[in-house]
Design a protein around this ligand. Sequence first.
Ligand code: SF4
Length: 350
Amino acid sequence: MTEEILKKAERGEQLTGTDILTLLQRKEEKDELFAAARRTREKVMGNKVFTYGFVYFSTYCKNSCSFCYFRHENSLAPRYRKEKENIVRTAVRLRDSGVNLIDLTTGDDPYYTGHPDRLAEIVRAVRENTGLGVMVSPGVLDQNGIRAIAHAGADWYALYQETYDRQLFGRLRLQQSYEARMRAKLFARAQGLLIEEGLLTGVSDTAESRTMALLEMRKIGFDQVRVMTFIPQEGAPLAGTGKAGDFEDELMTIAVMRLLFPDALIPASLDVDGLDGLEARLNAGASVVTSIVAPKEGYAGVANSVRDIDDGYRTISGIQSTLGRCGLTCASAEEYRHWIEERKRISCAC
Ligand code: SF4
Protein backbone atom coordinates (compact mmCIF):
# COMPACT_ATOMS: atom_id res chain seq x y z
CA MET A 1 0.00 0.00 0.00
CA THR A 2 2.73 2.48 0.94
CA GLU A 3 4.67 1.65 -2.21
CA GLU A 4 1.66 2.52 -4.40
CA ILE A 5 1.09 5.81 -2.57
CA LEU A 6 4.76 6.75 -2.90
CA LYS A 7 4.70 5.99 -6.63
CA LYS A 8 1.59 8.13 -6.98
CA ALA A 9 3.28 11.02 -5.15
CA GLU A 10 6.45 10.73 -7.23
CA ARG A 11 4.37 10.80 -10.43
CA GLY A 12 3.09 14.17 -9.22
CA GLU A 13 -0.46 12.98 -8.55
CA GLN A 14 -2.36 14.54 -5.67
CA LEU A 15 -2.48 12.43 -2.51
CA THR A 16 -5.80 12.01 -0.68
CA GLY A 17 -6.30 12.41 3.05
CA THR A 18 -6.33 8.61 3.36
CA ASP A 19 -3.00 8.39 1.50
CA ILE A 20 -1.45 10.97 3.80
CA LEU A 21 -2.73 9.27 6.94
CA THR A 22 -1.39 5.93 5.74
CA LEU A 23 2.07 7.38 5.13
CA LEU A 24 2.12 9.05 8.56
CA GLN A 25 1.07 5.85 10.33
CA ARG A 26 3.17 3.15 8.62
CA LYS A 27 6.24 3.40 10.82
CA GLU A 28 7.48 0.03 9.63
CA GLU A 29 7.78 1.46 6.10
CA LYS A 30 9.39 4.75 7.04
CA ASP A 31 12.64 4.00 5.22
CA GLU A 32 10.78 3.76 1.90
CA LEU A 33 9.01 7.03 2.74
CA PHE A 34 12.33 8.78 3.51
CA ALA A 35 13.90 7.47 0.29
CA ALA A 36 11.00 8.82 -1.79
CA ALA A 37 11.27 12.17 0.01
CA ARG A 38 15.00 12.37 -0.78
CA ARG A 39 14.37 11.57 -4.46
CA THR A 40 11.73 14.30 -4.58
CA ARG A 41 14.11 16.82 -3.02
CA GLU A 42 16.85 15.86 -5.44
CA LYS A 43 14.58 16.45 -8.44
CA VAL A 44 13.95 20.03 -7.31
CA MET A 45 17.11 20.99 -5.40
CA GLY A 46 19.81 18.65 -6.76
CA ASN A 47 22.34 18.24 -3.95
CA LYS A 48 21.92 21.77 -2.58
CA VAL A 49 20.46 22.91 0.73
CA PHE A 50 19.85 26.46 1.91
CA THR A 51 21.10 27.75 5.25
CA TYR A 52 19.41 30.26 7.57
CA GLY A 53 21.07 32.29 10.32
CA PHE A 54 18.92 32.81 13.37
CA VAL A 55 18.91 36.15 15.23
CA TYR A 56 16.53 35.99 18.19
CA PHE A 57 16.80 39.64 19.05
CA SER A 58 14.05 40.09 21.65
CA THR A 59 13.03 37.36 24.07
CA TYR A 60 10.26 39.48 25.63
CA CYS A 61 6.78 38.17 24.95
CA LYS A 62 3.29 39.14 26.06
CA ASN A 63 1.87 35.67 25.41
CA SER A 64 1.61 32.53 27.52
CA CYS A 65 1.92 29.64 25.09
CA SER A 66 1.81 26.53 27.24
CA PHE A 67 4.73 24.86 25.42
CA CYS A 68 7.19 27.77 25.40
CA TYR A 69 10.16 28.56 27.59
CA PHE A 70 9.86 32.27 26.74
CA ARG A 71 6.19 32.60 27.77
CA HIS A 72 5.50 35.80 29.64
CA GLU A 73 5.20 34.20 33.09
CA ASN A 74 8.41 32.19 33.00
CA SER A 75 10.88 33.97 35.26
CA LEU A 76 13.56 31.38 34.38
CA ALA A 77 13.81 32.53 30.75
CA PRO A 78 16.59 35.03 30.01
CA ARG A 79 15.15 38.34 28.77
CA TYR A 80 17.00 40.67 26.46
CA ARG A 81 16.26 43.10 23.65
CA LYS A 82 19.32 43.63 21.46
CA GLU A 83 20.33 47.00 20.02
CA LYS A 84 20.18 47.53 16.26
CA GLU A 85 23.97 47.82 15.93
CA ASN A 86 24.43 44.51 17.73
CA ILE A 87 21.79 42.81 15.54
CA VAL A 88 23.37 44.12 12.34
CA ARG A 89 26.88 43.10 13.42
CA THR A 90 25.66 39.59 14.24
CA ALA A 91 23.79 39.35 10.94
CA VAL A 92 26.90 40.41 9.01
CA ARG A 93 28.94 37.83 10.91
CA LEU A 94 26.41 35.15 9.92
CA ARG A 95 26.48 36.40 6.30
CA ASP A 96 30.28 36.18 6.26
CA SER A 97 30.09 32.61 7.57
CA GLY A 98 28.01 31.68 4.50
CA VAL A 99 24.32 31.64 5.45
CA ASN A 100 21.74 32.47 2.76
CA LEU A 101 19.15 34.26 4.89
CA ILE A 102 18.82 36.09 8.19
CA ASP A 103 15.83 35.01 10.27
CA LEU A 104 14.95 37.96 12.51
CA THR A 105 12.88 36.54 15.37
CA THR A 106 11.31 37.99 18.51
CA GLY A 107 8.74 36.90 21.04
CA ASP A 108 5.39 38.65 20.58
CA ASP A 109 6.98 41.80 22.00
CA PRO A 110 4.74 44.93 22.07
CA TYR A 111 7.90 47.07 21.87
CA TYR A 112 7.97 45.94 18.22
CA THR A 113 4.45 44.77 17.40
CA GLY A 114 3.04 48.04 18.79
CA HIS A 115 5.68 50.11 16.96
CA PRO A 116 6.30 48.42 13.62
CA ASP A 117 8.55 51.33 12.54
CA ARG A 118 11.12 49.97 15.04
CA LEU A 119 10.90 46.53 13.48
CA ALA A 120 11.05 47.95 9.96
CA GLU A 121 14.21 49.90 10.85
CA ILE A 122 15.94 46.67 11.87
CA VAL A 123 14.75 44.81 8.79
CA ARG A 124 16.01 47.63 6.56
CA ALA A 125 19.39 47.81 8.31
CA VAL A 126 19.95 44.05 8.13
CA ARG A 127 18.90 43.95 4.50
CA GLU A 128 21.16 46.84 3.51
CA ASN A 129 24.17 45.63 5.47
CA THR A 130 24.04 41.95 4.52
CA GLY A 131 22.39 41.96 1.08
CA LEU A 132 20.80 38.64 2.09
CA GLY A 133 17.24 37.43 2.16
CA VAL A 134 15.40 38.40 5.36
CA MET A 135 12.72 36.45 7.20
CA VAL A 136 10.79 38.14 9.99
CA SER A 137 9.16 36.12 12.80
CA PRO A 138 7.76 38.67 15.28
CA GLY A 139 4.41 37.12 16.24
CA VAL A 140 1.11 38.53 15.03
CA LEU A 141 1.50 41.91 13.31
CA ASP A 142 -1.42 44.09 12.30
CA GLN A 143 -1.81 45.20 8.68
CA ASN A 144 0.33 48.31 9.19
CA GLY A 145 3.08 46.18 10.68
CA ILE A 146 3.01 43.73 7.79
CA ARG A 147 3.08 46.56 5.26
CA ALA A 148 6.00 48.11 7.17
CA ILE A 149 8.20 44.99 7.07
CA ALA A 150 7.34 44.35 3.41
CA HIS A 151 8.26 47.93 2.55
CA ALA A 152 11.51 47.63 4.52
CA GLY A 153 12.64 44.74 2.32
CA ALA A 154 11.61 41.57 4.17
CA ASP A 155 11.17 38.52 1.95
CA TRP A 156 9.36 36.28 4.41
CA TYR A 157 6.82 36.45 7.20
CA ALA A 158 6.91 33.36 9.43
CA LEU A 159 4.00 32.72 11.77
CA TYR A 160 3.20 29.27 13.07
CA GLN A 161 -0.23 27.93 13.84
CA GLU A 162 1.41 24.79 15.39
CA THR A 163 -1.82 22.83 14.86
CA TYR A 164 -4.99 23.12 12.76
CA ASP A 165 -7.00 21.40 15.49
CA ARG A 166 -8.72 24.41 17.10
CA GLN A 167 -9.20 22.73 20.46
CA LEU A 168 -5.54 21.80 20.66
CA PHE A 169 -4.65 25.32 19.45
CA GLY A 170 -6.57 26.66 22.45
CA ARG A 171 -4.48 24.51 24.79
CA LEU A 172 -1.20 25.51 23.15
CA ARG A 173 -1.60 29.20 22.34
CA LEU A 174 -3.57 30.18 25.40
CA GLN A 175 -6.03 33.07 24.93
CA GLN A 176 -4.90 33.78 21.37
CA SER A 177 -7.01 33.99 18.25
CA TYR A 178 -6.63 31.21 15.70
CA GLU A 179 -8.27 33.38 13.05
CA ALA A 180 -6.16 36.50 13.68
CA ARG A 181 -3.01 34.42 13.27
CA MET A 182 -4.25 32.92 10.04
CA ARG A 183 -5.44 36.26 8.67
CA ALA A 184 -2.07 37.88 9.35
CA LYS A 185 -0.14 35.41 7.21
CA LEU A 186 -2.64 35.54 4.38
CA PHE A 187 -2.47 39.34 4.43
CA ALA A 188 1.34 39.08 4.33
CA ARG A 189 1.12 36.98 1.19
CA ALA A 190 -1.17 39.58 -0.38
CA GLN A 191 1.57 42.15 0.30
CA GLY A 192 4.07 40.10 -1.72
CA LEU A 193 5.77 38.33 1.19
CA LEU A 194 6.58 34.63 1.14
CA ILE A 195 4.97 32.84 4.08
CA GLU A 196 6.04 30.00 6.34
CA GLU A 197 3.73 27.73 8.34
CA GLY A 198 4.76 25.45 11.19
CA LEU A 199 3.39 22.50 13.13
CA LEU A 200 4.38 21.15 16.52
CA THR A 201 4.30 17.44 17.26
CA GLY A 202 4.48 15.56 20.56
CA VAL A 203 1.71 17.77 22.02
CA SER A 204 -1.23 15.32 21.95
CA ASP A 205 -1.50 15.80 18.21
CA THR A 206 -2.33 12.68 16.20
CA ALA A 207 -1.66 11.38 12.71
CA GLU A 208 -5.27 12.39 11.95
CA SER A 209 -4.80 15.97 13.17
CA ARG A 210 -1.54 16.31 11.23
CA THR A 211 -3.29 14.97 8.12
CA MET A 212 -6.03 17.58 8.50
CA ALA A 213 -3.39 20.30 8.91
CA LEU A 214 -1.45 19.17 5.85
CA LEU A 215 -4.60 19.16 3.70
CA GLU A 216 -5.41 22.72 4.80
CA MET A 217 -1.80 23.82 4.30
CA ARG A 218 -1.85 22.42 0.78
CA LYS A 219 -4.92 24.52 -0.04
CA ILE A 220 -3.10 27.66 1.12
CA GLY A 221 0.17 26.69 -0.59
CA PHE A 222 2.78 27.88 1.87
CA ASP A 223 6.27 28.67 0.59
CA GLN A 224 8.03 27.04 3.52
CA VAL A 225 6.58 24.43 5.89
CA ARG A 226 8.14 23.16 9.08
CA VAL A 227 7.38 20.64 11.80
CA MET A 228 9.19 20.46 15.12
CA THR A 229 9.06 18.09 18.05
CA PHE A 230 7.98 19.52 21.38
CA ILE A 231 10.74 19.64 23.96
CA PRO A 232 9.42 19.97 27.53
CA GLN A 233 10.54 23.36 28.87
CA GLU A 234 11.44 24.25 32.43
CA GLY A 235 8.88 26.70 33.77
CA ALA A 236 6.28 25.99 31.04
CA PRO A 237 3.11 24.11 32.00
CA LEU A 238 2.79 21.71 29.07
CA ALA A 239 4.24 18.29 29.77
CA GLY A 240 3.26 16.93 26.34
CA THR A 241 3.79 13.40 25.09
CA GLY A 242 7.13 13.95 23.37
CA LYS A 243 10.01 11.98 24.81
CA ALA A 244 13.52 13.29 24.25
CA GLY A 245 15.12 11.37 21.42
CA ASP A 246 11.85 10.12 19.87
CA PHE A 247 11.49 12.21 16.75
CA GLU A 248 9.87 9.63 14.47
CA ASP A 249 6.63 11.56 14.04
CA GLU A 250 8.53 14.71 13.14
CA LEU A 251 10.72 12.86 10.62
CA MET A 252 7.77 11.13 8.97
CA THR A 253 5.87 14.43 8.79
CA ILE A 254 8.90 16.11 7.17
CA ALA A 255 8.95 13.34 4.57
CA VAL A 256 5.22 13.59 3.87
CA MET A 257 5.54 17.37 3.60
CA ARG A 258 8.33 16.85 1.07
CA LEU A 259 5.99 14.75 -1.09
CA LEU A 260 3.02 17.10 -0.70
CA PHE A 261 4.98 20.33 -1.22
CA PRO A 262 7.77 19.35 -3.63
CA ASP A 263 8.60 22.96 -4.52
CA ALA A 264 8.39 24.41 -1.02
CA LEU A 265 11.26 24.67 1.42
CA ILE A 266 11.34 22.45 4.51
CA PRO A 267 13.66 23.18 7.44
CA ALA A 268 15.82 20.76 9.35
CA SER A 269 16.06 22.78 12.55
CA LEU A 270 19.12 22.67 14.76
CA ASP A 271 16.90 24.03 17.50
CA VAL A 272 15.30 20.73 18.53
CA ASP A 273 18.32 18.61 19.34
CA GLY A 274 21.30 20.44 17.92
CA LEU A 275 23.70 18.88 15.46
CA ASP A 276 22.74 15.35 16.61
CA GLY A 277 19.38 15.40 14.81
CA LEU A 278 20.45 17.10 11.60
CA GLU A 279 21.36 14.02 9.56
CA ALA A 280 18.02 12.29 10.21
CA ARG A 281 16.07 15.41 9.26
CA LEU A 282 18.01 15.88 6.04
CA ASN A 283 17.58 12.20 5.23
CA ALA A 284 13.82 12.67 5.69
CA GLY A 285 13.82 15.23 2.86
CA ALA A 286 14.43 18.61 4.51
CA SER A 287 15.99 21.25 2.25
CA VAL A 288 17.04 24.06 4.61
CA VAL A 289 19.27 24.01 7.68
CA THR A 290 17.80 26.53 10.11
CA SER A 291 18.70 27.97 13.49
CA ILE A 292 22.36 28.54 12.74
CA VAL A 293 23.40 30.87 15.57
CA ALA A 294 26.52 33.05 15.86
CA PRO A 295 28.47 31.71 18.86
CA LYS A 296 29.36 33.86 21.86
CA GLU A 297 27.15 36.82 20.90
CA GLY A 298 24.64 36.15 23.69
CA TYR A 299 21.78 35.10 21.40
CA ALA A 300 19.43 32.29 22.41
CA GLY A 301 17.75 29.49 20.46
CA VAL A 302 14.06 28.82 21.08
CA ALA A 303 13.25 25.16 21.81
CA ASN A 304 16.83 24.56 22.92
CA SER A 305 17.93 27.94 24.17
CA VAL A 306 21.66 27.20 24.54
CA ARG A 307 22.45 23.78 23.07
CA ASP A 308 25.45 23.65 20.69
CA ILE A 309 25.54 27.46 20.34
CA ASP A 310 28.67 28.69 22.12
CA ASP A 311 30.69 25.58 21.26
CA GLY A 312 30.16 26.50 17.60
CA TYR A 313 28.30 23.43 16.32
CA ARG A 314 25.32 25.48 15.13
CA THR A 315 27.45 27.13 12.46
CA ILE A 316 28.13 26.65 8.75
CA SER A 317 31.47 24.98 9.52
CA GLY A 318 29.82 22.89 12.26
CA ILE A 319 27.32 21.29 9.82
CA GLN A 320 29.75 20.47 7.00
CA SER A 321 30.57 16.88 7.93
CA THR A 322 26.85 16.08 8.37
CA LEU A 323 26.06 17.58 4.96
CA GLY A 324 28.91 15.56 3.46
CA ARG A 325 27.53 12.29 4.89
CA CYS A 326 24.14 13.14 3.33
CA GLY A 327 25.71 13.93 -0.06
CA LEU A 328 24.60 17.56 0.24
CA THR A 329 26.27 20.92 -0.04
CA CYS A 330 25.39 24.53 0.86
CA ALA A 331 23.84 26.71 -1.85
CA SER A 332 25.32 30.14 -2.53
CA ALA A 333 23.59 33.43 -1.66
CA GLU A 334 22.99 33.95 -5.41
CA GLU A 335 21.27 30.56 -5.73
CA TYR A 336 19.04 31.38 -2.80
CA ARG A 337 18.21 34.84 -4.15
CA HIS A 338 17.27 33.22 -7.46
CA TRP A 339 14.96 30.79 -5.63
CA ILE A 340 13.26 33.68 -3.83
CA GLU A 341 12.74 35.72 -7.00
CA GLU A 342 11.31 32.72 -8.86
CA ARG A 343 9.02 31.84 -5.99
CA LYS A 344 7.72 35.39 -5.72
CA ARG A 345 7.13 35.48 -9.46
CA ILE A 346 5.07 32.27 -9.28
CA SER A 347 3.20 33.37 -6.11
CA CYS A 348 2.32 36.73 -7.69
CA ALA A 349 1.12 35.02 -10.86
CA CYS A 350 -1.38 32.92 -8.86
S1 SF4 B 1 5.74 30.64 21.29
FE1 SF4 B 1 6.19 32.76 20.73
S2 SF4 B 1 4.27 33.87 21.18
FE2 SF4 B 1 4.19 31.94 22.32
S3 SF4 B 1 5.03 32.40 24.36
FE3 SF4 B 1 6.72 31.64 23.10
S4 SF4 B 1 7.70 33.46 22.27
FE4 SF4 B 1 5.65 34.04 22.99
